[in-house]
Design a protein around this ligand. Structure first.
Ligand code: ADP
Ligand code: ZN
Ligand code: ZN
Length: 748
């Protein structure tokens, strides 16, 4: 027998199959999906590949497969999914297969690891401040050692083999770190269980409200009839969507099938998982979370693969979990940007859920209080069934929202970040021992640093983007590449000392709040305070349990948390998303304001929300004040239709990057010409724009250009793009990398 093998590589020209002979001794072990090692070309080392088809004979003279992995990780449907994704997302099949493998594979010692019961693990003995000090004082110089420590700071407690593979350093480096007291190497027992510490109180089904019941029944019918229907569960914040999910999962469980529950990475907290454990117990649940150690994730993966886990909870990539008897897919907070991958393969998890739903005839449920424009549009067109929850389940009222005009505040001489109105409400809340959340969508201290005499602004030397000032370290940071520089007091251009720090960030806000309310306690949550495992959760727990007066945070505070004592939410600057050069600016503003407002008054006490803005008349702010999604949708969809934006049309971004700008100009010109000719030849309705530099035209020393195409994304355009890529990049003689992104999250 002959196996068609795909080599594991992201080189474009290797995205095809090669025939290999299956030796008699391996015939039993090789299936579609098997991972193998083969001799490829003149390369000495054996190359890794995947069997994607098995056939009787080959027209070529073929070599034998050298090694086959004992265990199959993926099966034929997964291979088909990978092939479908590769075509649709313009990447190699092997790139997609990699998403489906258990965590920590791609390593040769996997087999060994499965058999061993205890393993060598590494954990840190010093904290980030101590390590930073040692780097600064040059006690630590070795780049490799620093690399290992930085990795451990983000992922403490890692297997030595994983550490070696991921950071690409030798064991000797890790041993040196141990000798110098930075890390500890110890024996770690496996059969790791991330909930081991947990005792969660059992919790039974609630009596569904009429609206909940109707929604439940509709999906239940689809489950009973084995129908692939899609549902949008559109319910205001706190309307009890989760209770509907829980009872649907129970239904699927009763049939002996598996449920896939996707939540945004940032909402995937123990608090979220506990609600499922409380209903179903831990044994049947698997959680796939990037904050778990690789070993823990590996165990969860196997718990699903072996059918022990019947409920899979995870972020985006959990869609590839190895469940082989799926009964339902639920995507909560379906509007969340994290469901679209911004790295190759640039997939949207909703496309994949739709594909799987169709293939297995199971329902797919999307839930949100602020649905994605595209999902809601589909529900209006009839492709998705709309289910509505219009009231909060525990009868608490939606919060009262007020908008404060910051222009007016400025005119009244208030230059602080806190308006008069917000100040009064904060004062009241602190007095009454109620909690407040202040939301500001920008971290750091000041947005940018400018010389008032010559207009110089400090920009990152790798990326053409302004650096942000961070007070605590007194340094400027680039939020794109992480480059840091000393804060400036003298202008490097004109030597003036008239330097000003403009704008605001969460750090500055915290300082200001502390000055205004010296007796109030505050806690801050943004990527600068949330770095280590679980720390995100720790901050939220401290806020809740220690009854801290004010939580100050970015985006992170917005997602699905339930704080009974929070009665006031302040939005410091609602405009930060509006000024973005992005067709979704209004949608994002509406979503974020509605979601953040939904954090207030979820129990007995009514919530108040104060939105500060320079654009009080903007419709996305006006409608979020009313918390009226439909008004927002109707107006926004009119605008989108006029301007030919999604959901009426798709936006395809062809992105080019290279250190050599001349190469980019030449290659993007070739691609543009290819499309122009094709469109004219076949008379296809496409709007094609000329290649131009991207809004951020340089990141990490690479120039960035792009071509934008507006059209309905479908097979004809996919074919043109795939053919164009083949032709232009066939004999790669240029330095240019091209990516294709359909309806990307960011247009920058
Ligand atoms: P959502 O997921 O829509 O934000 P939740 O599921 O978190 O809403 O529900 C909000 C609150 O209402 C929770 O405290 C939940 O226990 C409660 N709740 C949900 N459904 C019911 C019900 N049918 N009866 C009583 N309380 C309910
Ligand atoms: Zn200057
Ligand atoms: Zn940078």
């Amino acid at each position: 027998m002959i196996a068609e093998v795909i080599i594991n590589s992201n080189v474009k020209s290797l995205n095809k199959t090669f025939d290999y002979n299956i030796p008699i001794s391996m015939e039993e072990k090789i299936n579609i999906g098997s991972r193998v090692l083969v001799k490829f070309g003149n390369i000495k080392q054996l190359e890794e590949g995947f069997v994607v088809n098995i056939k009787e004979s080959s027209e070529f003279e073929v070599k034998d497969i050298a090694v086959v992995e004992e265990k199959d990780f993926i099966d034929k449907p997964k291979v088909e999914l990978a092939q479908w994704m590769a075509y649709r997302y313009f990447c190699n099949v092997s790139d997609c297969i990699k998403l489906m493998l258990p965590p920590g594979t791609g390593t040769k010692d996997l087999q060994k690891r499965v058999k061993e019961k205890s393993l060598n693990s590494v954990r840190l003995l010093k904290n980030s401040v101590e390590i930073d000090e040692d780097i600064e004082s040059k006690v630590l110089k070795s780049e490799k050692q620093i690399k290992v420590l930085k990795f451990l700071l983000d992922n403490d407690d890692v297997l030595i083999s994983d550490l070696e593979n991921i950071t690409e350093v030798s064991k000797a480096i890790i041993k040196t770190l141990e000798k110098n007291g930075y890390v500890e190497i110890y024996e770690k027992q496996i059969e790791r269980n991330p909930f081991l510490h947990k005792v969660v109180q059992k919790n039974a089904n609630l009596n569904l409200t009429d609206e909940q019941k109707y929604a439940y029944d509709m999906v239940e019918n689809a489950i009973d009839d084995c129908m692939n229907s899609e549902f949008l569960l559109y319910g205001v914040t706190g309307s009890g969507k989760t209770e509907v999910y829980l009872q649907l999962i129970q239904k699927v469980l009763n049939q002996g099938k598996t449920s896939l529950m996707l939540v945004p990475e940032i909402s995937l907290t123990p608090q979220t998982v506990d609600r499922f454990i409380a209903r179903f117990g831990q044994d049947k649940i698997a959680v796939l979370h990037s904050k778990l150690s690789i070993g823990e994730r590996y165990d969860q993966w196997y718990k699903i693969k072996t059918g022990k886990a019947k409920i899979v909870i995870g972020a985006r990539s959990a869609i590839f979990a190895p469940a082989n008897d799926l009964g339902i897919i639920i995507i909560d907070e379906e509007h969340d940007g994290s469901y679209k991958s911004e790295m190759s393969p640039r997939y949207n998890v909703k496309d994949i859920a739709r594909y799987i739903g169709k293939k297995y005839d199971i329902p797919v449920v999307y839930g949100s209080a602020t649905p994605d424009m595209d999902t809601y549009y589909k529900s209006q067109e009839g492709a998705i069934e709309l289910l509505e929850l219009t009231k909060r389940a525990n009868k608490s009222k939606l919060p009262k929202v007020e908008v404060v005009d910051l222009k007016q505040e400025l005119a009244n001489g208030n230059r602080s970040m806190i308006s008069g109105k917000l100040y009064t409400e904060l004062e009241k809340n602190i007095k009454e021992k109620k909690q407040t959340i202040l939301f500001l969508n920008r971290r750091g201290y000041s947005t940018f640093v400018m010389c008032r005499d010559c207009g110089y602004t400090a920009k990152c030397k790798n990326c053409n983007i302004t650096m942000t000032y961070h007070l605590r370290q007194n340094r400027l940071k680039c939020h794109y590449c992480g480059y840091e520089a000393k804060a400036i007091t003298i202008c490097p251009e004109c030597k003036s000392t008239n330097i000003r720090y403009f704008g605001t960030g969460t750090q500055k806000l915290e300082t200001e709040v502390n000055n205004l309310f010296p007796t109030a306690t505050t806690i801050r949550m943004d990527v600068d305070t949330v770095t280590k495992k679980n720390s995100h959760e720790e901050i939220l727990n401290r806020f809740k349990n220690e009854n801290i007066d004010i939580l100050i945070g970015t985006q992170m505070v917005v997602k699905g948390h339930h704080f009974p004592n929070v009665t006031l939410v302040g939005v410091i600057a609602a405009d930060s998303n509006l000024n973005m050069d992005d067709y979704r600016a209004s949608e994002k503003t509406f979503q974020i304001l509605t979601q953040v407002a939904g954090r207030a008054g979820r129990e007995k006490d009514e919530g108040r929300v104060i939105i500060q803005t320079y654009n009080p008349d903007n419709f996305s702010i006006e409608f979020s004040k009313k918390q009226d999604y439909k008004l927002f949708y109707n107006l926004e969809s009119k605008l989108r239709k006029e301007l030919k934006y999604p959901p009426f049309c798709d936006i395809i971004v062809l992105g080019f990057s290279s250190e050599n700008e001349d190469d980019i100009k030449r290659v993007s010109g070739m691609v543009h010409k290819y499309f122009k000719t094709k469109i004219e030849e076949d008379n296809i309705p496409i709007i094609l724009y000329k290649p131009v530099p991207a809004p951020i035209d340089k990141i990490k020393n690479k120039y960035r250009w792009r071509i934008i195409i507006k059209c309905k994304f479908g097979n004809n355009i996919i074919d043109i793009i795939n053919n164009c890529t083949k032709e232009v990049f066939q004999n790669k003689t240029n330095s240019v990398n091209m990516i294709v992104d359909v309806n990307p999250n960011s247009m920058m």
